[in-house]
Design a protein around this ligand. Structure first.
Ligand code: AMP
Ligand code: TRP
Length: 343
């Protein structure tokens, strides 16, 4: 059996979105909705693996929904919903907790980074986070998952879980083996202060990232102050190896102008950052400020966002529930097979 192509991805409501989220995730979703059946959600179950202020969480969820819409997502075409509003995710995650092996999770580098020196004080949820991610994907039998480079290992785990479920329950092809969609120069946007660290919501320095809601002046200022080196720009992208800051800025320029790094370098080879930075600022301001403005517009009408989210949750549940019913029958839970034969 070949599975119908279906795209799924999620973004956590755990802080302001930045250029990395936009290029690694949001922009790709919008490009895919024209050709694919897309399920896109706000990962609030994932967000609570670290403490979230209860009084803020619903608004943070609306903010991410507004960012999806501002980036151009059409809720009539793509299904946009909050993860916690579709209970299938949590229920399937439990079954997958019993399929995944401890050894597989022990290898996850993101847990090591996020738990830091205090592993024993992390939530159990932070450890099994990638198992929930596999449930998010496979609850819809999604085949393609657009994400940034940092999610590659989690996607590999999802494939391992799908494969082991199919083997354990003698159901070859029951779940597809989901493919990550990671390509392109925006897959790993780095910090503006340190070219070896990824641009991140959790970086304490706001100067390290361009937020979706930054003004044109803030964007231009952050780019002006961005760390660089003293060399002029080369004409060959390979010569950017070993120059992480220069490589990052050229990558951002290329991703936003829709060119390859080589094409962008044709115009800047031999020039220094004094010439390149203003051109980069212009491209970033042109791409990002309309998104920020649209986001503010959507946020001024939270009732409309809520309507989109509850409609999306209903549509998502209608797809995921029958798949979960099949899973329960495969596992052998009481009453599940009888329920299946009634439908
Ligand atoms: P998160 O902010 O961790 O919920 O990530 C949401 C999406 O943005 C995921 O697909 C990430 O892979 C992507 N992402 C996060 N940070 C970056 C970055 N610095 N560069 C590219 N993609 C990113
Ligand atoms: N873990 C992803 C991140 O932090 C968010 C996410 C949750 C996700 N579930 C997912 C991404 C399913 C893709 C598919 O970026």
């Amino acid at each position: 059996m070949t599975h119908t192509p279906r795209v799924l991805s999620g973004v956590q409501p755990s802080g302001a979105l930045h250029l990395g989220n936009y290029l690694g995730a949001l922009k790709k979703f919008v490009d895919l909705q024209a050709t694919h059946d897309c399920f896109l959600f706000v990962a609030d179950l994932h967000a609570i693996t670290v403490w979230q202020e209860p009084a803020r969480l619903a608004d943070q969820t609306r903010e991410i929904a507004a960012a999806y819409l501002a980036a151009g997502l059409d809720p009539a075409r793509a299904t946009l919903f909050p993860q916690s509003a579709v209970r299938t995710h949590a229920e399937l995650a439990w079954v997958f907790n019993c399929v995944a092996r401890l050894g597989w999770l022990d290898r996850m580098t993101q847990f090591k980074e996020k738990s830091g020196k205090h592993k024993e004080r992390s939530s159990v949820g932070l450890y099994t986070y990638p198992v929930l991610q596999a449930a998010d994907i496979l609850a819809y039998r999604a085949t393609h998952v657009p994400v940034g480079e940092d999610q590659k290992q989690h996607l590999e785990l999802s494939r391992d879980i799908a494969q082991k479920f199919n083997t354990d329950f003698e159901a070859p092809d029951f779940f597809p083996l989901p493919e990550p969609l990671i390509q392109g120069p925006g897959a790993r946007v780095m910090s503006l202060r340190d070219g070896s660290a990824k641009m991140s919501k959790s970086d304490p320095s706001d100067q390290s990232r361009i937020n979706l809601t930054d003004t044109a002046d803030e964007i231009a200022g952050k780019i002006r102050r961005a760390k660089t080196d003293a060399e002029p720009l080369p004409d060959d992208p390979d010569a950017l190896t070993g120059r992480p800051e220069a490589n990052n800025l050229v990558g951002i320029y290329a991703a936003l102008s829709g060119e390859t790094k080589a094409e962008a370098l044709v115009r800047f080879a031999g020039q220094g950052f004094g010439a390149f930075k203003p051109a980069l600022a212009e491209v970033v301001v042109a791409a990002m400020t309309p998104v920020g403005e649209a986001m503010r517009r959507y946020l001024s009408d939270p009732a409309e966002i809520d309507r989109v989210l509850s409609d999306g949750a209903e549509r998502a549940a209608a797809v995921a529930e029958p798949i979960l019913a099949e899973v329960k029958a495969k596992v052998g839970f009481w009453g599940a097979a009888a329920k299946m034969s009634q439908t």
